[in-house]
Design a protein around this ligand. Structure first.
Ligand code: ATP
Length: 287
């Protein structure tokens, strides 16, 4: 038996860091939402008790370092499953981009194996396995739009934003999330007000969402990679309604409410950035 699952990317509408914890992680507060740029995960049942992974992009590891591999292994261990699986990952989400591609692959693998192996687990049970893999995996199990707290693994689903377009632009650099957090001076950040963002989302106020975009990691990434700031400036210039860096970067996204303006922003960015995508906001969580 074989099934295919979509693994959508996420963007941060807000990202705040409250303090550094004793365990070394940072206490964060973020509003994340899924966008329609997805990897594809094909899962094929194996007769032997083995996890095999192949990835369309050769530079992504296909061994136990792959987050989809770790998802399958954790699920097998927690529920004593002796079946095997072959996982083929078609990458469309740029890697190390601040879009949680690897985490989403892991989450889609959990959702898919729940079906393939007839486990009957709830989304919360799958998210609990996901939390052991990485901070963003639990959010990706839920999908939709959510407030994430703790180190990002405590998920509170919220309403969906109104329909809209997202332009994603990734300069040709990889950013280490750990490095950006290490350089962040937490006592100097200007915190954001998530309640305003949540209100804008709940009232489907697109301009309100654009006005409340905030990411405290932007300044750190911009100081290391001025080209990321440049993309943000260009995206504003070409007419996006709201612009922000996602996660620790380097991807910058622009929100556009009107399809008529989408092409102008997209084509403008294509002029000096190779990786540019125009996609929709996804308005539904995973069931
Ligand atoms: P986040 O936004 O959660 O910080 P990211 O988008 O910045 O994530 P990923 O694309 O998830 O970063 O990749 C980070 C690293 O994870 C890569 O360098 C890669 O080696 C490793 N990795 C493990 N599994 C995967 C996977 N399935 N897809 C992509 N990268 C993976």
């Amino acid at each position: 038996m074989k099934i295919s699952v979509k693994a959508p990317a996420k963007i941060n509408l807000t990202l705040d860091v409250l303090h550094k914890r004793n365990d070394g992680f940072h206490e964060v507060k973020m509003i994340m939402t899924t966008v329609d740029l997805s990897d594809r995960i094909d899962l094929v049942e194996l007769d032997i008790d083995k996890i095999m992974v192949e990835v369309s992009e050769g530079f992504v590891p296909s061994d136990e370092r792959n987050l989809a591999y770790q998802a399958a292994l954790k699920l097998k261990q927690r529920y004593n499953i002796t079946k095997g699986v072959y996982i083929y990952i078609t990458k469309n989400i740029p890697v190390a981009a601040g879009l949680a591609g690897g985490s989403s692959d892991a989450a889609a693998t959990l959702r898919g194996l729940n079906q393939l192996w007839n486990l009957g687990l709830s989304i919360e049970e799958l998210a609990s396995v996901g939390r052991e893999i990485g901070s963003d995996v639990a959010f990706c199990v839920y999908g939709g739009t959510a407030l994430a707290t703790g180190r990002g693994e405590i998920i509170e689903p919220i309403a969906s934003p109104p329909p809209g377009w997202v332009i994603l632009a990734k300069p040709p650099i990889g950013v280490s999330t750990a490095d950006i957090y290490r350089r962040l001076q937490v006592d100097k950040v200007s915190h954001c007000d998530e309640t305003e963002m949540i209100r804008a989302i709940e009232t489907k106020n697109f301009q309100g969402i654009c006005n409340n975009l905030h990411n405290v990691l932007e300044d750190v990434t911009f100081s290391l990679y001025p080209e990321v700031q440049n993309i943000k400036d260009q995206m504003k210039k070409f007419g996006a309604d709201g612009v922000l860096m996602s996660g620790s970067g380097p991807t910058v996204f622009g929100l556009v409410s009107k399809e008529s303006r989408l092409n102008r922003v997209y084509n403008g960015l294509r002029g000096f950035c190779h990786d540019v995508y125009a996609v929709r906001l996804i308005n539904q969580p995973h069931s």
